[in-house]
Design a protein. Structure first.
Length: 128
């Protein structure tokens, strides 16, 4: 990992998922933040300026798709890559999420926490 301590914001409401990824990301040197409602997510973005956002679509309080729409409308993530990170998805949705401002879709079932951490590190190190 580079000398920079990257910041990750995970928009997730499942406590087991949060703890699993938080543990891995922090072991790998990331600073980890979590939110599940748009108001708290926006506050974290404004205060911490994360390097990347992982957005689940199935959230108890608000739909991830609605949050993605708000990101685009309010332009608070114009310079922050947002990746849809969920298992709820239809292949035809790729284009829709890209139009809404997401950089891509990473299915949860495809990556173990360690693999996701490595993928994010590679992505962010190329971006710098």
């Amino acid at each position: 990992m580079s000398n920079k301590k990257y910041k990750i914001l995970m928009v997730e409401d499942d406590i087991d998922q949060i703890m699993m990824y938080k543990m891995q990301f922090e072991m790998d040197g990331f600073k980890f933040f979590n939110g599940k409602k748009y108001v708290e997510i926006k506050e974290i973005i404004e205060k911490e300026n994360p390097d990347i956002i992982l957005l689940d679509l199935l959230l108890g309080a608000e739909a991830g798709e609605d949050i993605l729409k708000k990101f685009k409308t309010e332009k608070i993530t114009d310079k922050i890559p947002v990746f849809v990170f969920t298992n709820l998805k239809d292949e035809k949705d790729d284009h829709k999420f890209l139009e809404m401002g997401a950089r891509g879709y990473w299915p949860k079932t495809k990556y173990l926490p360690r693999q996701l951490s490595e993928k994010i590190t590679k992505y962010l190190s190329k971006k710098v």
